[in-house]
Design a protein around this ligand. Structure first.
Ligand SMILES: *Cc1c(COP(=O)(O)O)cnc(C)c1O
Length: 396
């Protein structure tokens, strides 16, 4: 089997919903992946931020293996020890409240918005304010919530009750609030949107507005959660708490999971029969997620993430001074954006040829999210590749 053969199976049997690059990944470990021909790459965007503590983390793999022999799935009409333990762990690491388990980011967000709608129902309040350039997932509800036209085109009519405002603009939110507003949902760092980092004043302002007007403040931490920002959850960098937080991506260490976490005030809004998920919080994914929390703690990965973020930032700033088209380097922990004054597509493709996997979003922003386990040596290798590829593009 080679890449060409796999690509031809996709051409014939897989719906064409993704822009793919011709790389067929066969195995991975930590920050390294191997393609089907045996070529090795350094992965600085592991699984779209899913493999947050690196691919096939040994603790996660061991937990899955052990649990696979015991119990894979139970329906949510019964109790499972691991789901309980995972919810306890999430709450102990975030804020007092309760958790609902789903299987993806979009589903976690759907749960959050259903909670908000239900909370506002008797008062006739149903409108949700979200941000332009946001990304909240691909269900009908979440493409409506997402503040980007390109994800909605062709799917109209869309569900009602969504208003979009510019990010980091508290006045725009104040103006958008009506007596029908029930929720404000946003990402503390817009990742798909180009690594736009919320200012502390903005999030504090939103917290005050939501308290004053009894509006549910929802943070979509699907991509920013699980240590990616240098703290376990991005909101912890800001000295405030959301009312509801959603998680997915890195939570399961590679297995599909989503979680909607609600503070005490909102923890009893969803009652029996109002929401459900067949697979949500199964023993096998809960075992994997518990192993992720364990590894972050045992291996002091938040400490490493902060150290390595500072090191990588310095190295990227040096590249900015050297290459004229590198405009800005932005980061919150290991959520890193490198804004270019040229298109980034050629850059990330050439990086791949040189053995480095990164991402490009919003046309001109390189998105770099190495695993929390990343080492100085791996960063040096990545920087050397970026330097070489930037150099080749100087004349472009
Ligand atoms: C990826 C992502 C989602 C959607 O998650 P899925 O698991 O693909 O449904 C939602 N919000 C943010 C911020 C994301 O990065």
């Amino acid at each position: 089997m080679n890449t060409g053969r796999v690509v031809s199976m996709y051409d014939k049997y897989i719906m064409d919903t993704y822009k793919r690059v011709p790389l067929c990944i066969e195995k991975a470990k930590g920050a390294r992946v191997w393609d089907i021909e045996g070529k090795v790459y350094l992965d600085f965007f592991p699984g779209w931020a899913v493999s947050g503590i690196g691919h096939c983390h040994p603790e996660v793999a061991a937990a899955i293996k052990k649990q696979a022999k015991k119990l894979l799935h139970v329906s949510n009409n019964y109790y499972s020890r691991l789901q309980g333990k995972l919810a306890e762990t999430i709450i102990n690491n975030s804020f007092p409240g309760k958790v609902f388990f789903a299987n993806s980011g979009a589903e976690a967000n759907e749960a959050a918005l259903k909670l908000a709608r239900k909370y506002g129902h008797e008062k006739g309040r149903f409108e949700t304010i979200t941000c332009l350039k946001s990304f909240h997932g691909r269900t009908l509800g979440m493409i409506t919530a997402t503040g980007q036209e390109k994800v909605k085109m062709g799917f109209e009519p869309l569900p009602q009750g969504f208003v979009h405002v510019p990010f980091n603009d508290i006045e725009a939110v104040e103006k958008a609030i009506t007596d029908k507003t029930i929720a404000i949902m946003l990402e503390p760092v817009q990742c798909e949107g180009g690594i736009n980092i919320a200012s502390p004043g903005y999030l504090k302002g939103l917290r005050a507005l939501c308290d004053e007007k009894d509006i549910v403040l929802i943070f979509d931490e699907v991509q920013t959660g699980m240590g990616r920002s240098g703290r376990m959850f991005a909101f912890q960098n800001y000295g405030i708490r959301p009312d509801v937080m959603t998680l997915a991506k890195a939570l399961g260490g590679g297995l599909p999971i989503g979680a909607c976490v609600a503070r005490e005030k909102f923890q009893a809004v969803l009652t029996p029969g109002t929401h459900a998920s067949t697979f949500g919080g199964s023993p096998i994914v809960s075992a994997a997620a518990l192993a992720v929390f364990d590894a972050i703690k045992k291996e002091k990965l938040l400490e490493n993430a902060n150290k390595m973020a500072a090191y990588l930032k310095t190295k990227l700033e040096a590249l900015r001074e050297k290459h004229y088209f590198v405009k800005e380097v932005r980061n919150l922990g290991l959520i890193i954006g490198v804004e270019l004054s040229i298109k980034g597509e050629a850059i990330y493709k050439e990086c791949m040829e040189e053995g480095l996997l990164i991402n490009c979003t919003q046309d001109t922003v390189l998105r770099i999210m190495p695993p929390l386990t990343v080492t100085k040596k791996e960063i040096d290798t990545a920087i050397a590749i970026l330097d070489k590829v930037f150099g080749k593009n100087e004349g472009a």
